[in-house]
Design a protein around this ligand. Structure first.
Ligand code: NAD
Length: 344
């Protein structure tokens, strides 16, 4: 096994996380030769580690020892860096969002095709345990046919960092967490998008969105509510999933939660009316005790290998990529639809 020699462009939060937390898990397949960052301070921090420090992009791209590049820089720089790396005959792993829009992505894919080099986007949240549980539920119909998915991430700390506040750098939360949630949704649901309704929020007064709600319906009738918020002092569940035979909640990344499903009992009493505020309701009463049971969430599992193992297999063994570029393109297309719907 010959490891793929990588150079990392952008040694900030995510670039350094790749170098120290993700790539070492595949150290037989992936070897980090060095890093390049335009910021002197980040270069200095990187130089404390046992890898080479490149002083310019040109030095990276002309290094024949380098087979692949990881791009972990702000979003507006992905396209140019990706094209230059591909033209220098390097394979490329690019952080999400792949680019600022579909047109930029198409420009990258054209060069990837011309140069016959692998271009793969790091959609790492396809491996998140909470997502894998949702996927298990969906595929095995453990709460019947899923007809509504609510997927949310809610913070209370505003938009992080510096460039994420600026439009020119591709800031805003739709291009940040939005990409993850929409990628998971499209990877999950085996049906084309039919309609999109969306609203972006500007609560914090930034020029970019600090959150959004998108209401997406699919051709098969399934609907999804996708929400990202950065001003939530307490949160709604990470996932709320409604099926024809049950409802599931995954509270958070700690994977706490449960499924309430039909019990299968034959003799079921009609639900009794309950006092609701100053009124009475039978419609909104809980189902009678014997009608449902509460069970633990299933275990999630990925039937595909980890990201960098897959990247290695794509490059060395012509394997199928787990993250396919047409899927990435579908997510960027949906993001454009959401921006457009919000403008309306
Ligand atoms: P960051 O600001 O922490 O780091 C970016 C680094 O890139 C900085 O050190 C900066 O100096 C450097 N840089 C900027 N332009 C450069 C250039 N032209 N050449 C070389 N270096 C350059 O940002 P971050 O949080 O690490 O985000 C970087 C990318 O990673 C973004 O696209 C972001 O969306 C993505 N990201 C992905 C995940 C994930 O879970 N997949 C998580 C966080 C960030």
């Amino acid at each position: 096994m010959t490891a793929i020699n990588f150079a990392v462009i952008g040694y900030g939060g995510m670039g350094s996380y790749h170098v120290h937390n993700i790539m070492p898990n595949e150290n037989e397949r992936i070897h980090v030769v060095g890093t390049y960052d335009i910021c002197g301070e980040r270069q200095k921090i990187s130089s404390q580690h046992d890898h080479k420090i490149y002083r310019s992009l040109e030095e990276v791209l002309t290094d024949e020892a380098i087979e692949a590049i990881l791009i972990a820089t702000p979003n507006d720089s992905h396209k140019d860096l990706a094209i230059q790396a591909l033209q220098a005959r390097k394979h490329v792993v690019c952080e999400k969002p792949v680019a600022m829009n579909v047109q930029e992505l198409d420009e990258i894919l054209k060069v990837a095709k011309e140069t016959n080099k692998t271009f793969m986007v790091h959609q790492n949240r396809r491996w998140d345990p909470d997502f894998l549980i949702t996927r298990e539920l969906y595929k095995n119909q453990q709460i019947g046919d899923l007809f509504q998915i609510e997927t949310r991430v809610q913070g209370a700390n505003g938009i992080p960092g510096d460039w994420r506040h600026q439009q020119k750098h591709g800031g805003g939360m739709l291009l940040d967490w939005g990409v993850h949630l929409l990628d998971q949704l499209l990877f999950l649901v085996d049906s084309p998008v039919k309609d999109v309704f969306a609203d972006l929020s500007y609560i914090l007064g930034d020029e970019v969105d600090d959150g959004f709600i998108a209401y997406i319906t699919f051709e098969n009738g399934l609907r999804a509510i996708v929400e990202v918020g950065t001003t939530n002092y307490t949160k709604l569940p990470r996932w709320y999933l409604k099926g024809t035979q049950g409802t599931a909640i995954i509270q958070d990344w700690d994977l706490s939660g449960e499924m309430v499903i039909e019990s299968g009992e034959k003799e079921i009493q009609a639900p009794k009316p309950i006092q609701a505020g100053v009124g009475l309701t039978k419609t909104m009463a809980p189902p009678s005790g014997e009608a449902t049971k509460t069970v633990a969430l299933p275990q999630g599992h990925a039937e595909y290998g980890p990201f960098y193992k897959n990247f290695y297999q794509v490059v060395r063994e012509q394997a199928e990529p787990v993250v396919k570029n047409d899927e990435v393109r579908a997510v960027m297309t949906l993001i454009e639809q959401i921006f457009q719907a919000a403008r309306k």
